[in-house]
Design a protein. Structure first.
Length: 368
């Protein structure tokens, strides 16, 4: 007698299975909670063999792009350890589900820090290539990640890169996954560059006319951003770090205070605009007008502008007007979230996730 066994029963033999997710950014039938890298590989291998879609996530604090509907939610919350910190070689290795708050606490004990203001997990930080105020001088996650252990869509574990900056040979496959939102593969472990933590931090706010003077000053700020509001209000923010004796001698018209000031948090519908580096403020003003936005933040030196908008009615027009990629980062949009579709992404998808099981519908490329 033939007895039908549901695929979730087979999946439960590999990993713990729980009820799925039903939130604005993802819908899954079941969620699974791997406790080691082998279980991650087993889940993805099983999903690929059975043509079951998978959505990888951890904390869900920073979803980007359209809602994903998948059979399996692959949750990284149990892969949450800081594995190694090297003050001598200035790197850290951590599992992809490690919260940035936990990582920062471990680094702080050793006088180090990872320059980002991202809130979420290590895997989310890398998978979104999230801009932050620190991107002015330190770059994006793409510049801070030295290497990683990843798992492809068909369940193959791959180590790529190194824990030090001396590594240069071979194909840097982990870089392909950075910013791919879990569509090409998943991170299970990351090796990142870290920096000595300044003795003190001082923040400043002031008029946007001070920007050029600030960037050319003797004491270089760690972070610089400019905020533009629809009503015409503009404000400059910056963070300095260093020895207390040096920061006491800052000669600036900015209004200073101790501690780390962050750019304002954008709410509601959010759009990201790719600008030319060094022209973020100009693009922010143009985008604010073209998109009829409420607030725009120019992350100086990063090539990224983020805006909150009432709705997405002007996205396509703004894309034509500005001639740069404009991404619908968060919100319910009926059109093309991305606005650009590099052919290389299709090739990478075919190589790393041949069955197309990961994050279906995340990118509109004629491929799952």
């Amino acid at each position: 007698m033939l007895v039908f066994v549901d695929w979730s029963d087979d999946l439960a033999r590999l990993v713990e299975v729980r009820d799925g997710l039903n939130v604005s950014w993802a819908k899954t039938e079941v969620n699974v909670y791997p406790e080691d890298y082998g279980q991650v590989a087993s889940v993805l291998g099983f999903a690929s063999a059975n043509n079951l879609s998978v959505y990888p996530f951890c904390m869900g604090t920073n979803p980007v792009g359209p809602t994903v509907k998948a059979k399996i939610g692959l949750v990284f919350s149990r892969l949450n350890s800081v594995l190694e910190v090297s003050p001598e070689n200035l790197y850290v290795s951590a599992q992809s589900g490690c919260p940035l708050t936990s990582l920062s606490a471990e680094l702080d004990k050793r006088g180090l820090y990872l320059p980002t203001d991202y809130t979420g997990s290590m895997g989310g930080w890398a998978s979104t290539n999230a801009v932050s105020a620190y991107s002015t001088w330190y770059g994006m996650p793409r510049e801070l990640v030295l290497g990683a252990k990843i798992c492809t869509g068909d369940g193959v574990l791959v180590s790529s890169g190194s824990k030090t900056t001396k590594f240069s040979s071979g194909y840097k496959v982990w870089k392909s996954l950075i910013g791919s939102l879990g569509w090409l593969g998943v991170f299970v472990e990351l090796y990142c560059r870290v920096y000595p933590k300044p003795e003190v931090f001082v923040s400043g706010v002031g008029d946007t006319s001070l920007l050029n003077t600030l960037l050319r000053g003797a004491l270089r700020p760690l972070c610089v951003w400019v905020v533009f509001e629809a009503g015409g209000r503009e404000a400059l923010g910056a963070v300095f770090g260093g020895y207390a004796s040096a920061l006491k001698r800052i000669n600036t018209s900015l209004r200073l205070s101790e501690g780390i000031l962050k750019p304002p948090t954008l709410e509601g519908n959010i759009v990201t605009v790719a600008s030319k580096k060094g022209l973020e403020s100009e693009y922010a003003k143009r985008a604010l007008s073209a998109l009829k936005g409420d607030v725009a933040i120019a992350y100086v030196g990063s090539g990224v502008v983020r805006l909150s908008v009432k709705d997405f009615s002007y996205v396509e027009k703004a894309r034509r007007l500005l001639g740069v990629p404009i991404i619908v980062e968060r919100g319910d949009y009926n059109g093309d979230y991305w606005g650009y579709h590099p052919a290389v992404l299709k090739k990478l998808k075919q190589a790393l996730d041949p069955k197309g099981v990961l994050s279906p519908g995340k990118f509109c490329l004629g491929h799952p």
